[in-house]
Design a protein around this ligand. Structure first.
Ligand SMILES: *Cc1c(COP(=O)(O)O)cnc(C)c1O
Length: 398
């Protein structure tokens, strides 16, 4: 690698450097600006347009009124770490020590940053699925790592096991997975998770798993990879309150895993934000302790929204790939005559008053022509908004 500063590597890794070395806006910034400028319905960025549970919101208000407004402990408030440990036991049967095996972070994003920066050395390989959440590329580059990807194959966006085996080698330091998966809404089956654990053992790699959509699955039970035999000791599991409790602006995330690894992650985390969100931490603790009906309720609600948007997209002439989880559904614009999704997304506000993001924004270069016409739509919006978007997209065909 040529001499470069961390920001140059990161901008390059995230595909933000233009040929003349200047930083371009990411497609997400470009699309959000477009939504703002045109007043189009924003199905681009994944944030809900409704508030989460009142118990959680009022717990944050009380914490502020109650004076919880100074630096919390570096590893997070005990009440939240205990709630995280209880949550792992209640939903997954995982025994997690609240004091040594949980770490509170500024969202899943800081958790990812601290895990990658602390565990990846210059030249190490990090294997991810592709398409991948955009931060992964930037953070791997920031750490000086080499990013290798395993394509998710159409139509179900599953990795081919031979391609997975070929990607993981003795040079692999981390296997970074995202399950359930953004942007495709896919869920990795147990056999694939088992293979990942097997490969991690074979090549002495660590596993970092981003499970921020753990409660937003549509029918399947989420399987944390850390629950599989032989996984715990080499796995760091990341989640966040943002997606589960409609509080994406609060940035309360966490990592669970063996104390030996978490200590390394903390060593970096302390110099990133140090701490964040004191009054939001006890509020997310309340959220994690809500009854089962809350968790089944949010998944059922989101499933209805998925169905409304998916039907609308199919009706508009897109080929829709069934989303099994997350906030997102992928649709192919090729049947409508649009083979370049990036171009379509630039025109979509004008054509249909809707903003969406091309799947190419989550890919390195060319995953191939079959991905070029794919668009990601967010359905974490009110049903009437989704119905309006679907109706407007219905005009595309004419
Ligand atoms: C939203 C999202 C994140 C970021 O979570 P924060 O808690 O907001 O930092 C991380 N990973 C994936 C896959 C996401 O979709």
């Amino acid at each position: 690698m040529s001499m470069s500063t961390p920001w140059q590597r990161t901008a390059e890794g995230a595909g933000l450097l233009s040929a003349d070395g200047r930083v371009r806006a990411s497609i997400f910034a470009e699309m959000s600006a477009l939504a703002q400028a045109t007043g189009a319905i924003n199905l681009g960025q994944g944030f809900p347009d409704e508030d989460g549970p009142e118990e959680v919101l009022s717990a944050a208000r009380s914490a502020i009124s109650g004076g919880m407004n100074q630096y919390p402990p570096g590893i997070g408030l005990p009440v939240l770490r205990e709630a995280i440990a209880e949550h792992q036991a209640r939903f997954y049967g995982l025994e997690v020590d609240a004091d040594h095996e949980t770490l509170v972070t500024a969202g899943a994003t800081e958790a990812l940053a601290a895990c990658i920066l602390s565990l990846v050395e210059e030249g190490d390989e990090v294997v991810t699925l592709e398409p991948f959440y955009d931060a992964y590329g930037g953070l791997i580059a920031l750490a000086g790592g080499n990013h290798r990807t395993v394509p998710l194959r159409l139509p179900h966006f599953q990795p081919n096991h031979d391609e997975l085996r070929a990607a993981v080698t003795d040079r692999t330091r981390l296997i970074l997975i995202n399950n359930p998966h953004n942007p495709t809404g896919t869920v990795l089956p147990q056999e694939t998770l088992e293979l990942i654990v097997e490969l991690a053992h074979e090549h002495d790699a660590l596993i970092v798993t981003d499970e921020v959509y753990e409660h937003l699955t549509f029918g399947q039970q989420h399987i944390p990879i850390a629950t599989l035999p032989g996984a715990w000791e080499r796995t760091l599991t990341i989640s966040s309150g943002g997606k589960t409790f409609n509080t994406t602006g609060w940035k309360i995330g966490w990592v669970t895993g063996p104390a030996r690894l978490l200590t390394q992650v903390l060593a970096v985390k302390q110099f990133l934000t140090y701490v964040n969100g004191a009054p939001f931490q006890p509020a997310i603790a309340v959220g994690l302790g809500l009854p089962d009906a809350f968790f089944t309720g949010i998944a059922a609600d989101l499933r209805t929204k998925r169905d409304v948007l998916s039907a609308g997209l199919a009706n508009a002439g897109f080929e829709v790939f069934e989303s099994q989880a997350s906030y997102f559904v992928v649709a192919d614009a090729a049947p409508l005559g649009y083979t370049d999704a990036a171009q379509l997304c630039r025109e979509l506000p004008e054509l249909a008053g809707v903003v969406a993001v091309p799947i190419s924004a989550f890919c390195h270069d060319d995953l191939g022509a079959e991905y070029a016409s794919l668009v990601r739509f967010a359905f974490c919006k009110r049903v009437e908004v989704l119905e309006l978007a679907a109706a407007q997209l219905g005009d595309l065909r004419r």
